[in-house]
Design a protein around this ligand. Structure first.
Ligand SMILES: [Fe+2]
Ligand SMILES: [Fe+2]
Length: 234
């Protein structure tokens, strides 16, 4: 049956079979896809945390919409994983988001950077890479249904940050950058240790440095820090 929503996103055909890749053990496939589910739960939890930190009505209103979007995404991945048999454990970056380590103790803008730039940016990347590695048409159609929402959330984060980051002191912006890099690297190393052999082999130190370089470029574009301030943070 086709499930079409009223925002004209691509429909999901739940009659499609689940087709894990032949080269991957089923358990590893469940663990990998479970990260999409846990990513949604982490973002949902972080948005709840963030909403309590903000006083601006327009931002709160956007977050209410986003919280509803994330709840819908959680349901879609849960439904897929239930058909696969179970939900696997969360990887370290998502555990850190769930237990509050991605909440910046200073300005709420630090937490917006963590959620809307880092976590959501990472989520979209994982969705795209899974689309490339995994042939399952049902999973691809779920990802295609979700990704316009995610692009909207990321755009909101960038707009808000571009307008407001200049209100922070240089010290706080550099500290936010330093905190995010250290936390992200710690989680990336722990995540690569947990992955099955083939994928882990492609995730060495160089892979982690390249990944962080992409985040760094986005953080500079967003206005968190300049390239000179990145050097200052090192
Ligand atoms: Fe989402
Ligand atoms: Fe999102």
């Amino acid at each position: 049956m086709q499930a079409r929503n009223d925002r004209d996103e691509p429909a999901i055909d739940w009659s499609l079979p689940i087709t894990p890749p032949r080269w991957m053990p089923r358990r590893a496939y469940i663990t990998a896809v479970s990260q999409l589910y846990h990513g949604e739960v982490a973002t949902f939890t972080m948005c709840h945390n963030l909403r309590g930190l903000l006083s601006d009505a327009a931002t709160q209103q956007f977050l209410d919409t986003q919280i509803a979007d994330e709840a819908r995404h959680i349901d879609l991945y849960r439904r897929y994983l239930e058909r696969l048999g179970k939900i696997g454990p969360a990887e370290p970056t998502l555990e850190a988001a769930l237990d509050g380590r991605f909440v910046w103790p200073g300005s709420p803008l630090g937490t917006i950077v963590a959620v809307h730039v880092l976590l959501e940016g990472e989520g979209l990347r994982v969705q795209r890479e899974f689309g490339h590695w995994f042939p399952c048409r049902l999973l691809r159609s779920i990802n295609a249904n979700i990704s316009p929402d995610e692009a909207r959330h990321i755009a909101f984060g960038r707009r808000t940050l571009t307008a407001k980051l200049e209100t922070l002191t240089q010290d706080e912006r550099v500290e936010i950058y330093r905190w995010l890099e250290a936390l992200w690297r710690e989680c990336a190393v722990a995540a690569s240790n947990d992955l099955p052999g083939l994928i882990r082999l492609s995730m060495g130190r160089r892979w982690i440095n390249e990944r962080w370089d992409r985040h760094r470029r986005v953080l500079v574009q967003t206005g968190l820090v300049s390239e000179d301030e990145v050097r200052l943070a090192a």
